[in-house]
Design a binder for this molecule. Structure first.
Ligand code: ADP
Ligand code: ADP
Length: 228
């Protein structure tokens, strides 16, 4: 689904955030596990076309099977990709429904009836239907993350990237969120970046472990963690 080869990124301060990263990411849930500073967000931002890499390549399989050059063909990537950044902000005084609708317009869903259908469907999918009229400022951390997922799913992406989504959630909200991600992983490719081992062992069939800009190992969680 996504082939990453020899990706390198060194920041101006000399930190090698990505040090020859190569990964093959299949459909379904893929876990990217690593401590703070491992380079996970740098990789996520690069894949989301928000940051340039110094060298290397990343190729995403497009809808009709044609390969998309992630580092160059940014528009094509953005059409296929949903991204939930770490600590994403919301507008506290706007209702969930209104903000999602607003982002739907930005995504090009200009026909009102179609947009309503998409927005309503997503609000139901992430279990925020009953809260749709409430202002986002009053949402719990878990509700915000579920709103973020709804936003990431606008435009029907083939790949969804979620960066540290469970940080700060209580156990119940965390489980709820992870179950939602697992459902989404049935339909599209999901990359879950996290520093929490259980996030990965609980629901990712395949994973990679990163540290100091390098991929240490990849495989099934049980095998990978046994090797550590
Ligand atoms: P993670 O998401 O795994 O915590 P990051 O990609 O955020 O890792 O960071 C990887 C390394 O790069 C860390 O040492 C971090 O301090 C550094 N870093 C991240 N962003 C920048 C930046 N914009 N400028 C300089 N250094 C950065
Ligand atoms: P940065 O990493 O520089 O904070 P982001 O892309 O995370 O950049 O966010 C840029 C701005 O867009 C922020 O002010 C944030 O509040 C807003 N933003 C990002 N994602 C969302 C979202 N899902 N919903 C509403 N606002 C968002």
């Amino acid at each position: 689904m996504l082939a990453i080869r020899d990706l390198c990124k060194t920041y101006a301060n000399g930190v090698h955030a990505l040090d020859h990263v190569s990964l093959d990411i299949p459909r379904g849930m893929f876990g990217l596990l690593g401590p703070n500073g491992a380079g996970k967000s740098s990789l996520m931002r690069t894949l989301a076309t928000l940051q340039e890499a110094d060298s290397g390549s990343a190729t995403l399989e497009g809808a009709d099977g044609t390969p998309i050059d992630v580092l160059r063909d940014k528009d094509a990537v953005r059409r296929q990709l949903g991204y939930l950044p770490q600590d994403f902000g919301v507008y506290p005084k706007v209702s969930a429904e209104d903000l999602l609708e607003h982002f739907a317009v930005l995504k090009g869903l200009t026909a009102r009836a179609q947009r309503r259908e998409v927005v309503d469907g997503l609000l139901k999918q992430v279990n925020l239907w009953d809260a749709r009229k409430r202002k986002l400022g009053g949402f719990s951390g878990g509700m915000r993350q579920r709103f973020g997922i709804a936003q990431a799913l606008l435009g029907n992406p083939r790949l969804v990237i979620v960066d540290e989504p469970t940080a700060g959630l209580d156990p119940e909200e965390r489980n709820r969120f992870l179950n939602l991600l697992a459902d989404i992983g049935e339909q599209v490719a999901v990359i879950l970046s996290t520093h929490i081992v259980e996030d990965v062992t609980d629901l990712c069939p395949t994973m990679a472990i990163m540290n100091r800009g390098r991929v240490l190992l990849t495989g099934r969680p049980a095998d990978a963690i046994a090797e550590l």
